[in-house]
Design a protein around this ligand. Structure first.
Ligand code: UGA
Length: 436
């Protein structure tokens, strides 16, 4: 059993803290937002993450997991302190490090024993060194030593628990290998590959991984656009490509593009880091541009079919940036809604869990209580988030209540011929003649 403090109770911090508690460690999760901590103390989750509530309850009951807003309560005596606070985009696309700095300063103020500070937040290359500098300069107790380790997270929202418990790899970077090896011990029960490298390389592995995955998505989306013109089906193309072991099938689903709190922000931040260091990140720029275009293409298809969007009612299925999350940050759905509204369309939307969050950052959307009610009297439906419940709807019922039977499938989840049989004019993404 190790004594661990995790700073930040977003989905990374909360999942990390809870999973470490479940491995038998004594974990305190700290957040400066009292409302979040009060919620957690009442057993309520501040985010929607499948399986999390049950695991939190089990570990709180087992007295391995506690929540606090107090640094003096959580830091002294902790052997490991994970920093898992937000790093939003700054004005120029750079990562805004104010929360990481604040966490490091607060730790420095109350640290009383040798501690390993582990950076889990996605931070620009070189931030580990800055955290070490803060701790060195601000540490109040003379002679209290520390080490800084970078341990980037590779948790997908919606399957974060699984990703923590069954990781492809754990990456650890430090200027002191012995410190990284101590952190590695925490992960040993997971029996996964552990890579130990230097601090800056570990930080770069995170950005390069997210940027590469985003590149695969933009690549297949560009291929989809070409498929539409040439009459090929991008789903089959991706399947055929994916059979090559050197390529693999993952992250080759064409659609309305990537969203969320990670890919858009991280590709932007990596581009910024490259540019201020005199590099020309042409591929990263293209990745972002293609991603923007994918949203517009969905609207173009609607405009082509409806003539004008002014006064038209468009049903939007799904507002979360992907299924199994209530997160709407950089959601393709909200971008599409925004363009549609600008062109004068009226929006009726439905999402199984993300409506509350969508309400906070959108306006003028009429939220409905099901996919069916959203589609009633609509001129078209746009499927943006591929929630399972959208896959097997009663399409006769949907078609019967729509004004115009137009279905834009932004995630290629439907069979074109089947949808045409229900009377829909169907358009997927990159799906050949007649269905694209
Ligand atoms: C991503 C990474 O997958 C995690 O490894 C990483 O830890 C995390 O960012 C992070 O940096 O915190 P996440 O943003 O939760 O995780 O979601 P993904 O499942 O990667 O999906 C991102 C976006 O890409 C979604 O909008 C999804 O719909 C889209 N996507 C994904 C596609 O358009 N096509 C695909 O083939 C795959």
């Amino acid at each position: 059993m190790r004594k661990i403090c995790v700073i930040g109770t977003g989905y990374v911090g909360l999942v990390t803290g809870t999973c470490f508690a479940d491995l038998g460690n004594q974990v305190t999760c700290l957040d400066i937002a009292p409302d979040k901590i009060e919620k957690l103390q009442r057993g309520e989750m501040p985010i929607y993450e499948p399986g999390l509530e049950e695991l939190v309850a089990r570990n709180v009951a087992g007295k391995r997991l506690t929540f606090t807003t107090s640094y003096p309560d959580a830091v002294p005596g902790a052997e490991f302190i994970f920093i898992a606070v937000g790093t939003p985009s700054g004005v120029d696309g750079e990562a805004d490090l104010q929360y990481v700095r604040m966490a490091a300063e607060s730790v420095a103020d109350v640290m009383t024993n040798y501690t390993i500070i582990i950076n889990k937040s996605t931070v620009p290359v070189g931030t580990g060194d800055s955290v070490a500098e803060i701790l060195r300069e601000r540490g109040k107790q003379p002679g209290v030593d520390f080490d800084v380790v970078s341990n980037p997270e590779f948790l997908r929202e919606g399957s974060a628990m699984f990703d923590f418990q069954m990781p492809d790899r754990v990456v650890l970077g430090s200027t002191n290998r012995a410190a990284a090896e101590k952190v590695a011990q925490l992960y040993l029960p997971l029996r996964c590959s552990i890579m130990i490298t230097d601090l800056r390389t570990a930080e770069m592995i995170k950005y390069a991984s997210n940027a590469f995955l985003a590149t695969r998505i933009s690549f297949i989306n560009e291929i989809a656009t070409i498929c539409e013109k040439l009459g090929a089906d991008v789903k089959e193309v991706a399947a055929g490509m994916g059979m090559d072991k050197r390529i693999g099938r993952a992250f080759l689903d064409a659609g309305v593009g990537y969203g969320g709190s990670c890919f858009p922000k991280d590709v932007k931040a990596l581009t910024w880091m490259a540019e201020i260091n005199g590099c020309h990140p042409q591929m990263l720029r293209a990745v972002m541009e293609i991603n923007r275009d994918q949203r517009r293409q969905a609207v173009t298809k609607l405009r082509d079919l409806l003539g004008t969007l002014r006064g038209k009612t468009i049903a939007v299925w799904g507002v979360a940036f992907k299924p199994n999350t209530d997160d709407v940050r950089e959601s393709p759905a909200l971008d599409i809604v925004h363009i549609l509204q600008t062109e004068g369309a009226h929006i009726r939307a439905y999402d199984p869990v993300a409506v509350e969050n969508a309400r906070k950052i959108s306006h003028g959307i009429q939220f409905c209580d099901s996919a069916y009610t959203a589609a009633e009297n609509a001129d078209a439906v746009v499927l943006v988030t591929e929630w399972n419940e959208f896959k097997n709807l009663d399409f006769e019922r949907v078609a019967a209540t729509m004004k115009n039977k137009i279905l834009i499938d932004g995630r290629n989840i439907y069979d074109a011929e089947r949808m045409q049989a229900f009377g829909f004019t169907y358009r997927g993404v990159g799906r050949g003649y007649g269905s694209s």
